[in-house]
Structure formats: C-alpha cells, structure tokens
Design a protein around this ligand. Structure first.
Ligand code: P5A
Length: 448
C-alpha cells in the first residue's frame, strides 16, 4: 500500500480526552474516530488490526471444533421476556421500537437467541455436543464509556455457546474453551491469566475471566506470581480429550488468581508465600461461564438423553472482546514513541521509507523493493510521501510496524538498505538486491 493512496489521518497532538496510552496511540495513528461517546468508526489501519485479531480468534475456535455462524445485532424483546432478563438487564440495554410498535433491543449478548435456535432444531443427545459462535457487534449502554475502544458502548465480541447433555460434558466444554482461549491470547502476543470471577448478569456460579496485566486496566486482581511462569506446552492439544483439557485447566487454575470480586484475603495469605502475592490492575479480555440449565429450563430447551428421558440441556457461554483487544495489545506493546505491534496482528508487516524523493536511485530501489516484498507475500506500507526523513521515521515508529526498511542515498551508494526491527530497535544493513528475500526469511514466510 502506498501511503499517498492510503487513508491514514495521523494526528500530531494527543487528543485531550484520551487518558491512556492505547487510546492516545489509536487516535494519533489514525486507527479510529469517535462517532459518539463509546461509539467508534474504524479507519482502514484500525480495521486491518481488528480483522487480524478476529481471524486468529475464529481459527482457534474452529480448531477446537466450534462452529461459526452469525446472529443479528437486533433482537426481539419477547425472547428476553421469556428468560426474565428484559427487565433484569436494566439501563445497559438499548431498547428500540420499530414502526409496528414492536419492541426490539440491540443485543448486549446472545444467550436467549441461541437458546431459541437450539430448542427449535435440536432434540436429541445424539446431536450433542454442540458449540456455536459468532463475531458480532454488541451494545451496552455503559454509564461511563472510556479509554477508547476498551470500554465502548458498541463493541465487537466473539461470543460462543455450548450445549451438552449433562454437567460432565458441559465442564469439558468449559475446559476446552479455557484451553482454546489461552492459545488465542498467546497467538495475539498477550499473556492472559485466567482468574476466578463473578458471573454478573450472565449467571451461573462457575466462571473465569482472562486478564492482561496493565497499570491502566479497569480490573483489580490478586494473584500468585508463580502463574506468570506457566507456558502452554502442548501446541497440538487434543480438544476431544476430557483428560488433556482438564489437565491444562488444572495447571492454570491451581495458582491463586482472582478478580477483586472473588478475592479472599485469608485464602490468599494461607496459600501463597508473601513474596509471591501480587495485587495489580488488569484488562479483562475474555470471560467464560458455565451456567447449567439457567436458560434452557425457562425457555424449554430440552433433549432426550441416552435413557430416553427429556432433560434440559446444559449450557455455558464464552466471550472474547475483539475490539477491546486492539487496545489491550497496544497497552502491552508500546513505548513512548509509538506502538510496537506483534507480527501476528500488525496492520502491515513492513514499512518502506524513501529518504530522498528527488534521488532517482532511491526512488527506483524503493519501487523495486515494494514490488519484490509484495511479490513475496509481505504486507508493505510504502511511505512515498514527500516528507522529511525525520517525519517519515516518526510516522513509522508511531504506527509501529514490526519492520522498517529505509532507502537513503548514503547506504545505497554502498549498495545497501537499512532494516530496523521495531521491537528491539536493532538496525542492520543489507544489499538491496537480496533485501526482500532476506526480510521474508526473517519474518518466516515460505519461499515462493
Ligand atoms: C460470554 C459471551 C458475556 O457477555 N455472554 C456471551 C457472555 N461475557 S462478558 O464478560 O460480559 O463479555 C465478554 C467480553 O467482552 C468484552 N467486553 C467489552 N469490550 C469493550 N467494551 C465493553 N463495554 C465491553 N464489555 C465487555 C470483554 O473483553 C469481556 O470479557
């Protein structure tokens, strides 16, 4: 992509209402624009990142055997009247009336709608287990939307719903989700800690939140520092194996880790040596729930079990804050000059900078490198604007692409171009003829 053809409204000034780094950087890097309090337009650069996150989330859900679908943003109030949550959900629910005076709402979550689909079509244990998910916009009329996309009113969520014949199977679904979430966050370049949590309006009594430590996070958490040493060891986990999933979950939920709401100071002090007790702030990037038959009983979602009896189906739900993750990743990966995207979600992998627009050699080399890099399958943002080298470097550093390739007359006189790795700041020079291939190898794309 050539910058002169792109839409990248970079801001020089930090907007006064942006209090935390991720909000400031997303505004300065031209990723989002506020439309109303807690409601944002996603500009091209921001959308690229969000779509990469969404793709990783969907891939990991699919790998775990969960099926993608899509439910609408607007829901009929009647479904929520059935579950009792139409009145319970309170002021956070955005209620809408259509021209026929029918009550609708902009979905804050989808337990009712999915239960309605299930009860209509599934009647036998033979069709279970079943987990359906979608990635869809939600609306919650938060009292205090803030921190940009972190606490929006309209936000993108991956929400999934499992249906199982009994509690054992449903706990396996819970464990499977925990493992798939751990894998997802790892691929996104985040260390997210599962912590015992409250269930709030979703219900049930079995829930974990996934938290990314950050001083600007809205959640207060308490944990055993030992949990930070855990690594997901088995890359190819067998999601069908109850034992394998349960073992991973046992490992990750044994060290003390709880949100403020479920924290117990006595248990904390008894179980964790003083030197390892940490209290911190964190960003909630996901939550999983097991709530049994809470919705299936009142809404009549039953199946016949192996003994031929009709039983309410056991359910859980699981959410990942896709739009919030854009902010959370920036909170975890930035410095005072800008963003430092992990490769997996970077909007482009490479920034190409021409330091001398009037120099024919530099221009030709840039054009050639641009073609070669793209030909090798790399996503390149080419700064072909007529700006000073200082301004170009500052823009690239702010946007935070993992690699920058600079073409300037001095190094080109020696046949070389300069690479800078954003994460480490390390620079190196390479012959321009082999620069594209060399970078593709570093980034790990297969040879074409
Ligand atoms: C699980 C999926 C649920 O809604 N029902 C369906 C369950 N869970 S949750 O914890 O309430 O939300 C899941 C994740 O969505 C993100 N999130 C938000 N992101 C941005 N702005 C908000 N206002 C917001 N509210 C929730 C969080 O990442 C949360 O973990």
């Amino acid at each position: 992509m050539r910058m002169t053809r792109y839409f990248l409204p970079l801001l020089k000034e930090v907007p006064s209402d942006a209090q935390i780094a991720s909000h400031q950087l997303m505004m300065r890097a031209g990723m989002i624009r506020q439309a109303a309090a807690g409601i944002y337009s996603w500009l091209p650069l921001g959308l690229r990142v969000m779509q990469k996150i969404e793709r990783i989330v969907v891939e990991e859900q699919t790998r775990a055997g969960h099926l993608p679908m899509l439910m609408p943003t607007l829901q009929p109030a009647t479904l929520w009247e059935e579950s009792g949550r139409y009145s319970d959900y309170g002021e956070e629910m955005l209620r809408i009336t259509d021209r026929h005076d029918r009550k609708l709402l902009y979905g804050p979550t989808n337990e009712e709608m999915i239960t309605d689909i299930f009860r209509e079509h599934v009647h036998s244990y033979r069709d279970l287990p079943l987990t359906l998910f979608h990635v869809q916009w939600k609306f919650r009329d938060e009292i205090r939307p803030r921190y940009g996309v972190m606490r929006g009113r309209e936000f993108l969520m991956k929400d999934g719903y499992n249906f199982d014949v009994d509690q054992d199977e449903a706990i396996h679904a819970y464990n499977r989700h925990m493992v798939s979430y751990l894998r997802t966050y790892e691929r996104l370049g985040l260390q997210a800690i599962p912590m015992r949590a409250d269930t709030g309006p979703i219900g049930g009594n079995h829930s974990h939140e996934f938290l990314v430590l950050a001083s600007t996070g809205e959640s207060r958490v308490h944990y055993d520092a030992a949990i930070l040493d855990l690594k997901l060891k088995d890359a190819a986990i067998d999601y069908d194996s109850h034992d394998r999933c349960a073992a991973v979950v046992a490992e990750w939920t044994t060290p003390y880790a709880r949100t403020e709401e479920t924290h117990d100071a006595t248990v904390f002090a008894d179980r964790v040596p003083a030197g390892r007790r940490v209290e911190s702030r964190a960003i909630e990037v996901g939550q999983i729930f097991y709530f049994g038959t809470k919705y299936s009983e009142v809404m009549g979602a039953t199946v016949t079990n192996a003994a031929g009896q009709s039983v309410p189906v056991h359910m859980g739900s699981h959410g990942i804050g896709v739009s919030r993750l854009v902010g959370a990743i920036i909170e975890a990966h930035h410095d005072d000059r800008g963003i430092r995207w992990p490769l997996s979600v970077a909007p482009f992998q490479v920034g190409l900078v021409n330091l001398a627009h009037n120099d024919t050699g530099c221009r030709t080399t840039c054009e050639q490198l641009y073609r070669e890099l793209a030909g090798l399958g790399l996503e390149v943002l080419y700064d072909d604007r007529d700006e000073s080298p200082g301004a170009q470097f500052a823009s690239m550093t702010l946007i935070g692409l993992p690699w920058m390739v600079a073409v300037g007359p001095r190094s080109l006189a020696g046949g070389e171009v300069e690479f800078t790795e954003r994460a480490s700041g390390i620079r190196s020079s390479h012959p321009h003829e082999t620069a594209a291939r060399h970078l593709a190898d570093r980034i790990g794309l297969p040879p074409v």
